[in-house]
Unconditional design. Sequence first.
Length: 209
Amino acid sequence: MSEPYIPPRRGSVNEPIRIAVLISGSGSGLSALLNHQQSKPCVHITKLIISDNKDARGLHYGEDFKIPSLTIPLPESVDRNKQRIMHENLIDNALLDSEIELVVLSGYMRILTSNFVSKWKGRIINIHPSLLPKYPGAHAHRDALADGAKITGCTVHLVDEGVDTGQIIAQEEVAILEGDTIEKLQDRVKKVEHRLYPKVLDIFCSQGI
Ligand code: GRF
């Protein structure tokens, strides 16, 4: 059993935890989180949105909700390791400039290096579309269907140096139905994600896990 993790500060409605959301794509999870934060007094608030992809459809939520949004693409470099470190340093500086306390990955498609993870240890959370440790990586729905699984789901977890290996905070099951395709399954799992992630963040930001 891992030790319970308590964030550096307990958020309150008057002093909510300052969140940055990192995305790469459609941002439906970001949208659900922003709607949740606006619909009621909340112990966390999104202060920054970062995308590594300038074409990420989710970027428009920053404009819609009047939240600063940055596109930080991978910088040019021949050395892949240097390139990742440079990229993460740019992200780290943006997080520090906005006094971010918690990094929320929501469809962010890059693996973070141990350099970045160690700086933010215990303060990076991810949602993954399977019941981890089953089907880690970028093709969770494809892998679950290929495996003939009857049940899948989603997992909210702390991010560590591995790929989808960090401490699990919460999971919810979703049944795989006859005739499911990747798209159909993804849609149903996302509906659950959009409820689960904001709820877990409420608890995490107010009392830890
Ligand atoms: C979600 O299914 C999430 O679990 C995974 O990436 C997907 C992001 O979707 N990590 P969206 O960009 O929020 O629509």
